[in-house]
Design a protein around this ligand. Structure first.
Ligand code: IFM
Length: 467
């Protein structure tokens, strides 16, 4: 595959602490909300636990060697708050030491460490004080961020505050599919705002300490009206766009919440959560926007046929309920192929999204696709390999979509595959595999899949043709 990408385009793969590390109670780590949530039968498919996951905590050097074998420029990982500052007391030196060793290992392998401070695993001790619904958690996040920066700030140049705050707010506090498993719409909005505040406080502090690459990662979608000539469908798509995209982009990049969002959630008295000065704190200048993209959302204001598959019922759509009642929004299937998650495959959607962001948010910093990938029911062949042709096709078509966006004027500087390794896919447990490296969960053996080899070729090829 031949691609036209700017020189210096950054190639990486991503993971998150709770999904790969295991060692859930080792070296001073205490429960995160996910350790706690997973203990309730029925919360996770097959009642899977987060420990040992893929045992990355003990296999880290070998995993970094695999990254090097793939030729990655960068590795995007997250720090577990519950490992480095498990409770309200002092930091945990053993927990910090793990990330210090990881960073040294990466730098030694010539791989840029790209650190995310929060990928959904709040310490359970902080949850017990109200979690993100409690405004004070923003200050706790700042304390945690400074502790991590004290240890790693000398070696890590790229800092992301939050990964997909949509999920921790809406899936954690509104639809209840994710930890802490609550179904309280107002708490979800409080979480939304307090996470933004925490982001702004941390960016301000890390900037004052001289950090030069600071950003946030948002999962964004194209909310497509099912019938573009139907006013009700257009309005349903607008609502989803407001709640899922602009509720994040606008406060961070424009210093305000969208008026239509404020009107949509007026009954929940969202505005009383916003204190004087909050929006100025939130709208700190950033050096990059991380974009996570998996699929678009086809939105309608009309009921689905009664015989629609369960996964397509509006209340099953993550984050849709209970903000968005079924009478005014549904997600009708389109004639597109689906991944094993049941997610549409539509690579041009990524081009549309990246171009829209650049066009609509003037002054937006450079973008990086910080996650993109697909789950499939992988099979190990008799030759021991994983011939994951669908994942190869997904990967190549989406990288092409990034190149198309750049050609259309979007400032995109890198692409991270989700995920480096098969791992714990949250409420789906180990049932869904996203890795470009297979993990045998019995033996912990790693095997680079065909998609991993294809990615390595792509990286290599783009380096040899870069101007
Ligand atoms: O596994 C998740 C990841 O933690 C966040 N983004 C989406 C991925 C696939 O669902």
């Amino acid at each position: 595959m031949s691609l036209s990408l700017p020189s210096g385009f950054l190639w990486g793969a991503a993971t998150a602490a709770a999904q790969i590390e295991g060692a859930a109670h080792e070296d001073g780590k205490l429960d995160s909300i996910w350790d706690h949530f997973a203990r309730t039968p029925g919360n996770i498919a097959n009642n899977d636990a987060l420990d040992p996951a893929v045992d990355h905590y003990h296999r880290m050097p070998a995993d970094v060697a695999l990254m090097r074998e793939l030729g990655l420029d960068s590795y995007r990982f997250s720090v577990s708050w519950a490992r480095v500052k498990p409770a309200d007391g002092p930091a945990n030196p053993l927990g910090l030491d793990f990330y210090s060793r990881l960073v040294d290992e990466l730098l030694g392998a010539g791989i840029l460490p790209w650190l995310t401070l929060y990928h959904w695993d709040l310490p359970q001790a902080v949850q017990e004080k109200g979690g993100w619904a409690n405004r004070d958690t923003a200050q706790r996040f700042l304390d945690y961020a400074t502790v991590v920066h004290d240890t790693l700030g000398d070696r890590v140049s790229h800092w992301t505050t939050f990964n997909e705050p949509f999920c921790s707010a809406y899936l954690g506090y509104a639809s209840g599919e994710h930890a802490p498993g609550l179904t309280e719409p107002r708490s979800a909005l409080a979480t939304l705002h307090h996470q933004h505040l925490a982001h702004g406080l941390a960016v301000k502090e890390l900037r004052a300490r001289g950090t030069q690459q600071l950003g946030i990662t948002l999962n964004l979608t194209n909310a497509v009206p099912d019938d573009p000539d139907d006013a009700a469908d257009l309005d349903a798509a607008r609502r989803i766009d407001a709640l899922w995209n602009r509720a994040f982009l606008d406060p961070i990049f424009r210093g305000c919440y969208p008026d239509d969002l404020l009107a949509d959630v007026a009954a929940l008295d969202f505005v009383s959560l916003i204190h004087d000065g909050d929006l100025a704190t939130i709208a700190q200048p950033l050096d990059f926007l991380g974009v996570n993209y998996y699929h678009d959302d086809n939105v309608s204001a009309h009921p689905l046929p009664a015989d629609s598959p369960a996964g397509l019922r509006p209340t099953d759509k993550p984050g849709a309920s209970p903000f968005v009642a079924s009478e005014f929004v549904t997600f009708p299937p389109r004639a597109l192929p689906l991944t094993a998650m049941g997610w549409e495959i539509n690579a041009p959607g990524l081009t549309t999204l990246l171009v829209r962001l650049g066009d609509e948010y003037r002054g937006l910093p450079p973008m990086y696709v910080t996650e993109n990938g697909s789950a499939w029911d992988d099979v190990v062949s008799l030759d021991g390999a994983v011939h994951d042709t669908e994942r190869v096709a997904y990967l190549e078509s989406h990288v092409q979509a990034v190149a198309d966006a750049i050609a259309a004027g979007a400032d995109v500087r890198g692409y991270f595959a989700w995920s480096l390794l098969d791992n714990f896919e949250w409420a789906w447990g180990y049932e869904k595999r996203f890795g470009i490296i297979r993990v045998d969960y019995e033996t912990q053996q790693r095997t680079i899949k065909d998609s991993g080899h294809a990615f390595a070729r792509l990286i290599h090829g783009s380096r040899s043709v870069a101007p």
